[in-house]
Design a protein around this ligand. Structure first.
Ligand SMILES: [Zn+2]
Length: 180
């Protein structure tokens, strides 16, 4: 994984890009949760599932099928009042899909561990992006407050936070100009 902060931040940014208007608090909470959710597969460690298996870490829970499934589920469960198949409903699905899928994409930019099984359950092939500037984050709190944890934060700050904030600012300015 990248660090939990960065996964959540990317999830919130994806939500903001899809929905510039004011959204209910549960939308933002769920966006952050969806961005972290794929790492639920670390439970597999304790169940004896191997890293490289379909249900192993960075396997099915990091796939695009999982992200699609979660996006529909979260939208239906948390926004029952939104009319199904309306534009707003689809946008919610797009947003939660982007948020959940962003996790695997971010992981695929890290320099350690196995690749991401984006096409699971159809294929368990693990992929990395051709460009992997992010240092893989240590698992657990102790590792995080180490030199390693610091290097991770710096690499995420440079490669994720700064570019994404710039993008948000630019998109916000462009949208304001459009509505004028
Ligand atoms: Zn992950």
């Amino acid at each position: 994984m990248a660090s939990a902060f960065t996964h959540s931040f990317v999830g919130l940014a994806a939500g903001k890009l899809v929905f510039p208007e004011k959204m209910p608090a549960r939308f933002w909470v769920l966006s952050a949760v969806c961005a972290l959710l794929p790492d639920i597969d670390v439970i597999g460690y304790f169940l004896g599932i191997r890293y490289g298996d379909t249900l192993g870490h960075r396997g099915f829970a990091h796939s695009l099928v999982f992200a699609s499934f979660i996006s529909v589920l979260v939208t239906i469960a948390a926004f029952p009042a939104i009319q199904r198949f309306s534009k707003h409903w689809w946008l919610l699905i797009v947003s939660f899909f982007a948020t959940t899928a962003s996790h695997g994409i971010l992981d695929a930019m890290t320099d350690g561990g196995y690749g991401i099984a984006f096409f699971s359950p159809f294929s368990n092939t693990r992929y990395f992006l051709p460009w992997r500037p992010i240092e893989v984050a240590p698992i657990g709190v102790r590792g995080f407050f180490s030199r390693w944890g610091w290097d991770v934060l710096v690499s995420e700050l440079i490669w994720i936070w700064v570019p994404l904030m710039l993008l948000l600012v630019i998109v916000t300015i462009l949208r304001r100009q459009q509505t004028r």
